[in-house]
Write a protein that binds this ligand. Structure first.
Ligand code: FES
Length: 572
């Protein structure tokens, strides 16, 4: 389609009527002439920049580079700021606001004269939020990932964001690191603009965006501040103009196979458990239902090949130089749907054919996996009838089959108050249990799932324990942490009935989690359970509490699931 009259923006700017007169005259008031935009695709650049989002601090430069690409290809770029979800600085958790940005994205795309969009995101929840909105609006869209930070160093030690913060914090609590050493680490653990450079949630979601076909080849791993990333931004601008002319919509590229590729990719990179929730939510928007059963089935077959922290050794910069996703996919062709479409009109197979694997220790060959299969597992049992997850590749292998007495914390405040109490009745064999960390209970489904090891155990040399919650955990975290228990305790799930001293059995190879308490006693506790008072009676929190779904369903708002591709605003 190269007929400008077929462009969506033509409805705003083309007609000879009073309303279009108003649209054109106001653009002229900004110094924009007809020649700048008439008969050209208008490309909306949704920018999640903010002074408080450290991961996107280079977006002011990148957005100008995207515009350059749009101009080169004959389009007209318009920058549209949208909510910035800053993982580090937003409280209580960005997950509380993922659906708000998704809703904003969908409506901002729909209500403006936009023919295609470049979605600029990267920090954790910005990725699924932007994609969920674009899927529901079904307007041609391409994702430009922020890119990971450069590798960091402390003295001669390589530091990975998040992962090494947890690691050295534990050493500090154990008395093995002095204040000045800790301060040195604070100074150098974030070396540049960009997202966390471990295989945390941001890197995982960028890889998933590329696997779904929303980003240009290898875009997910290009470091944020290298020249290649600037060129990616320019190329993304150019590509968006093509999307507008070709009408390449999310519904054009997405298929059941795309979501299979997303799942296989996530498992092979030992990606963040958070991505399970986001992939399920995106799939439900797109009309290709993905369930925990899909993850369970694929996790039994997909090897972990990316040797990246927190499961492995290296960082995203190493992964990129080793060949990035195409190199990883070249090892997994029998598990992928290589016929799926990508945003540039090619197939996954085309990307694979161009793959070059440079470092076989970073991207392992199929016969030398980091983890043979089951790097991330779905568990069920009487504690989690609708499922829960564990990243077994980042767990202590000797704890994957374990039975121990529960040490229960009713909520996060209770945890903070008692976890380091010297009189806490806890040993290395205990199972730490946190309630009220789920979508409703917290609220917002925060990353509390890597419960801290009690200081008295840290000093004894304990570095991992079985921990169970209905919360999430940061993708940069590690440990034997059972997460996303569904239904959550705040909604009356069985986790709410656990008491300190109860025996809990974890059997990851058997995919089972069990609370060893009689049926009669559990029923008695269930009957006595009282729902907590609502966290809010007005505003966004009320909307959230009334409509958020449980973890196994993706935590979307029930009324946002699906898409609305035909809905266009009336222009009067
Ligand atoms: Fe933004 Fe980790 S804090 S990606």
């Amino acid at each position: 389609m190269r007929d400008p009259k077929q462009l969506r923006s033509h409805r705003w700017f083309g007609p000879d009527d009073l309303r279009s007169f108003g649209h054109r005259s106001r653009l002229k008031g900004m110094g924009v002439d007809d020649e700048d935009y008439q008969n050209r695709p208008v490309i909306g650049i949704l920018n999640t920049w903010s002074d408080l989002n450290t991961c996107h601090s280079h977006f002011k430069e990148r957005v100008e580079e995207v515009k350059r690409g749009v101009y080169q290809a004959g389009g007209f770029p318009v920058e549209i700021p949208v909510m910035s979800l800053s993982e580090m600085l937003m409280k209580p958790t960005t997950m509380l606001y993922r659906n708000l940005l998704a809703m904003e994205t969908e409506e901002v795309l729909r209500c403006h004269p936009v023919d295609a969009a470049v979605l600029m995101g990267g920090c954790d929840k910005t990725v699924p939020a932007l994609l969920m909105g674009a899927i529901s609006a079904d307007i041609p869209s391409l994702f430009l990932p922020a890119g990971p930070m450069l590798k960091s160093y402390w003295r001669d030690v390589t530091l990975g964001s998040g992962t090494d913060a947890w690691k050295y914090w534990a050493e500090r609590c154990a008395g093995n690191l002095c204040d000045s050493q800790w301060k040195e680490i604070e100074t150098c653990i974030a070396r540049s603009a960009g997202t966390c450079m471990t295989m945390g949630t941001a890197s995982t979601m960028a890889c998933i965006a590329e696997a779904l076909g929303f980003a240009l080849p290898k875009a997910s791993s290009i470091p944020a501040v290298v020249a290649e990333h600037s060129r990616l931004a320019v190329a993304s601008g150019r590509m968006a103009v093509e999307l507008a002319w070709n009408q390449t919509r999310p519904s054009t590229i997405l298929s059941q196979g795309s979501f299979t590729n997303a799942i296989v990719t996530q498992l092979a990179i030992a990606g963040s458990t958070n991505a399970i929730v986001h992939v399920i939510a995106m799939a439900r928007r797109a009309g290709f239902p993905v369930t925990l059963d899909d993850y369970d089935q694929w996790s039994r077959r997909v090897p972990v090949l990316a040797n990246l922290r927190p499961s492995g050794k290296y960082l995203m910069e190493d992964f990129h130089l080793a060949g990035g996703l195409p190199a990883l996919w070249s090892e997994l062709q029998d598990l992928l749907d290589v016929s799926t479409k990508q945003i540039d009109g090619r197939t996954l197979n085309d990307s694979i054919q161009e793959a070059i694997t440079v470092d076989r220790d970073v991207i392992r060959p199929r016969n030398q996996p980091l983890y043979e299969h089951g790097g991330t597992c779905v568990l069920r049992g009487n504690l989690a009838p609708d499922g829960c997850v564990i990243k077994s590749s980042a767990s202590a292998q000797n704890l994957l089959v374990h039975r121990g007495p529960a040490v229960v914390f009713e909520n996060y405040a209770d945890l903070k108050r008692r976890i380091n109490d010297p009189s806490l009745d806890v040993t290395a064999d205990s199972v730490l249990v946190l309630k009220n960390g789920g979508p409703l209970g917290a609220p917002g489904f925060p990353e509390w799932g890597m419960l801290p090891i009690p200081e008295k155990l840290l000093k004894q040399g304990v570095r991992d324990m079985v921990r169970i919650s209905d919360a999430r955990m940061s993708g940069t975290s590690y440990g034997t942490c059972v997460l996303h228990i569904s239904p959550e305790s705040g909604a009356g799930g069985p986790l709410a009935w656990v008491q300190s001293g109860d025996a809990i059995e974890l059997d990851v190879p058997g995919r089972r989690i069990h609370l060893d308490v009689s049926e009669e006693e559990l029923q008695r506790r269930k009957d006595a359970w009282q729902a907590p008072a609502p966290h809010a009676t007005r505003g966004y929190l009320k909307l959230y509490a009334e409509h958020v779904t449980q973890a196994h369903l993706g935590c979307d708002f029930d009324f946002l699931e699906g898409s609305d591709p035909g809905r266009e605003p009336d222009i009067f």
